[in-house]
Design a protein around this ligand. Structure first.
Ligand code: FAD
Length: 319
């Protein structure tokens, strides 16, 4: 089973930042075929095909245009354009919200919108995020602002607070492995607040984050309880059977109906379980990434699960 203390994890998460390895792996056909397990395609058409299939099977979706840590504002322009075009495609789907829940969402990363560019990076990211939120509003879609490494947390929460003044349904992500997160959950568990809770996918130092799986899982359950007992809309992002069970029982104890919270999983991970939860009448949102900048995302998935890594290495050596 996965553990945050998996010895390969720090190496893989460091490799996720290596441009050399990225160039090497991106050229390999084998990598590309493995990547397709987690990413339905690079083009909008490919992701919309996957979205169509998931919606028809009763899932809600959140699409992420892959990209992070840009170095020029023009790269952010490309990302904004990709989201605006995607949201146009959402409009054509005409999927109505049910019980106040939009089945259509986009997930955005502020680092891809300019957040860490020198000078006015944060202001640029806020402007870009606003453009995406306005397009989403027209399409009847929700927007979620993803969480990245801990050095960005304060800035991200600040930008989300600004966005919510004009677009109150904007959601964000809290990462249970950070020591600060239980307090952030208390701050953000109010009415109208949508919070995705995940364990956290980055390599973080012990000063700011729990390191062992048991500590992270325990922190997740504490945070989940705070969100479920609050007045907001908790979004439980995890593939962990223990977490999914706890979410259902905390929700029952807090008197929540299946429309008052949702479960979220990543495209290609435990797909049968995702369908089973849909069958149980839960809101199940599948996070679907697309685009050609898949390297960092793919490496974080390998780091999470030794089985994924073994599968990958076996295919590289041809057995
Ligand atoms: P893990 O501890 O990885 O796994 C626990 C158990 O789940 C395993 O023991 C196994 O039983 C089961 N399991 C897990 N994977 C598989 C598999 N492939 N096949 C079968 N069983 C499996 N992280 C961020 O830092 N920022 C974000 O914005 C963010 N957004 C996310 C959005 C969504 C919708 C999801 C699902 C995750 C997101 N993450 C994000 C990633 C997250 O932080 C974790 O790194 C990732 O979800 C792995 O943790 P886990 O809770 O799934 O459980």
């Amino acid at each position: 089973a996965f553990t945050l203390s998996n010895p390969a994890r720090p190496v893989l998460l460091a490799a996720a930042r290596s441009e050399r390895l990225e160039r090497m792996l991106s050229r390999s056909k084998i990598t590309r075929s493995l990547v397709s397990r987690f990413i339905p395609g690079e083009a909008e058409e490919a992701v919309m095909e996957a979205v169509g299939r998931l919606l028809a099977a009763g899932h809600a979706i959140s699409v992420d245009y892959l990209g992070e840590d840009i170095s020029h504002p023009e790269e952010a322009d490309r990302t904004v354009a990709a989201y605006v075009s995607l949201l146009e495609a959402y409009r054509r789907l005409e999927v109505p919200a049910t019980d106040g829940v939009s089945r259509l969402e986009v997930s955005i990363k502020l680092s891809a919108l300019g957040q860490s560019l020198p000078g006015d990076g944060e202001a640029l990211a806020l402007r870009n995020a606003r453009t995406i939120c306005a397009a989403a509003e027209t399409a009847g879609a929700w927007v979620n602002v993803d969480a990245e490494d801990h050095t960005t947390t304060d800035s991200t929460l600040g930008i989300v607070r600004e966005l919510r003044k004009d677009f109150p349904s904007v959601a964000t992500v809290l990462q249970a492995y950070l020591h600060r997160t239980e307090a952030d959950c208390r701050d953000l568990a109010g009415a109208g607040s949508r919070i995705r809770l995940c364990k956290g996918a980055y390599k973080e130092p012990a000063e700011v984050a729990f390191q062992g799986k048991e500590d992270v899982d325990a922190a997740y359950l504490r945070c989940l309880k705070v969100l479920m007992e609050g007045d907001g809309y908790p979004m439980v992002a995890s593939h962990d059977p223990r977490i999914i069970e706890a979410a259902q029982s905390y929700a029952r104890e807090a008197g929540r109906s299946p429309h008052d919270f949702e479960i979220q999983m990543l495209y290609g991970i435990r797909p049968e379980e995702q369908d089973r939860l849909v069958g149980e009448g839960l809101t199940m949102r599948t996070y679907v990434p697309f685009g050609d900048d898949w390297y960092g995302y793919f490496m974080r998935r390998l780091a999470e699960r030794p089985a994924n890594l073994v599968f990958f290495l076996r295919s590289l050596v041809g057995r």
